[in-house]
Design a protein around this ligand. Structure first.
Ligand SMILES: [Cu+2]
Length: 155
């Protein structure tokens, strides 16, 4: 009896310990999910275009969007809209090209807010086109998405 106890107790401790470690280890890290991806149809003479999406992080660690790439334009940047000292809204590249997606949080890229900017379009973005977009996250790495081109009401 005492021999069994002597063996069983350390085993039990080991077992509980490994369960705790795996429970914590399994849930750790960011968990990026992207939905509602679309790009705005660009006016005929426009040299720039934009894409939008919802980026959710269901994990328990922050991540950050640090880059975007597509072959529709010469340059692809992460932009935001800001209101300057004259109360005029304009866009600018996100500082350091690093958009934090907080743990258990989400960031929506939408008209009038954050967006993926296509600078120097090779062709007009037309409704029906689909853009292959590669997004790069600091921890989650590259995530490929497709952005169908849609018209906005005002276009
Ligand atoms: Cu922009």
């Amino acid at each position: 009896m005492s021999t069994i106890k002597r063996i069983a107790l350390p085993l039990l401790v080991l077992l509980i310990g490994s369960v705790i470690v795996s429970a914590c280890g399994g849930a750790k890290g960011p968990d990026i999910q992207i939905s509602g991806v679309w790009a705005r149809q660009s006016p005929k003479a426009a040299t720039n275009g934009a894409a939008y999406m919802l980026i959710e992080n269901k994990g328990n660690e922050d991540d950050a969007l640090v880059g975007a790439d597509a072959d529709v334009s010469k340059i692809v940047e992460i932009h935001e809209m800001v209101i300057d000292e004259n109360n005029v809204m304009h866009m600018k590249p996100v500082e350091g090209q690093r958009l934090v997606i907080p743990a258990k949080g989400k960031v929506e890229l939408k008209p009038g807010s954050y967006h993926i900017m296509f600078i120097g379009l090779k062709n007009q973005l037309k409704e029906g086109d689909v853009i292959d977009l590669t997004l790069t996250f600091e921890k989650s790495g590259e995530i490929k998405v497709q952005a169908p081109v849609k018209k906005m009401k005002m276009d």
